[in-house]
Design a protein around this ligand. Sequence first.
Ligand code: COA
Length: 207
Amino acid sequence: MSECFKLGVIGAGGHGKVVADTAERAGWSEVVFFDPRFGPIQQTHAHWQLLGLPEEAHAHDCDGYFVAIGNSQARQQWGEWLLGRGLPLVTLIDPDSSVSQYAMLESGVLVVAGAVINADTHIAKGVIVNTRAAIDHDCRIGAYSHVCPGTALAGSVTVGKHSWLGIGCQVRQGASIGSNVTVGAGATVVSDIQDGLTVVGTPARSQ
Ligand SMILES: CC(C)(COP(=O)(O)OP(=O)(O)OC[C@H]1O[C@@H](n2cnc3c(N)ncnc32)[C@H](O)[C@@H]1OP(=O)(O)O)[C@@H](O)C(=O)NCCC(=O)NCCS
């Protein structure tokens, strides 16, 4: 990473704290927030400055920008808003994660501490690879999906766009999970999951 001084983060919630912390650990020297909660009585978010509304982010001359919003539609909307203004949407990788040099990560991706991404895996834009998630070789994770803490994906798993793989779930090698899918906490996916479904349990079944 070069010239990483001031990072502007859209979204001052709990997930934003993880993003700010990850950014600092990755070498950004200053993190500032933009959020609708900005106003005369709220100008900080925990340990960081809250500088303005999201739509004011471009006026603050940051070296990079990131969207820290859990809702995947909003994450996409603000990511596209930044890119549409020619602003640099960065990817943040915690130094205590392990990302293969043969993995491909698009812009706006977050990789939190303890995560592992193995060779020839492709992570599309705006994906969250959360704390201690493990994504093995040759996987494809679609844009704006969220791989929650402690999940384990075996090799060659495919996940569509805007899907949410709940905390601690496990996915068998080669399984194909569609778009807009929710996999419940602790589920074990052993077969393909169609678009739009919510599945829970072991083996994971539609709710
Ligand atoms: C699957 C999930 C989305 C369902 O949420 P919901 O629609 O609000 O469902 P409810 O809590 O109303 O539960 C409905 C039923 O499903 C069961 N259920 C819910 N989640 C379940 C899960 N993960 N595994 C097994 N059963 C589950 C409930 O016990 C309940 O059963 P009942 O009708 O017999 O009482 C949610 O429970 C879940 O697992 N979310 C993942 C959370 C997560 O990973 N957070 C990490 C954030 S970083």
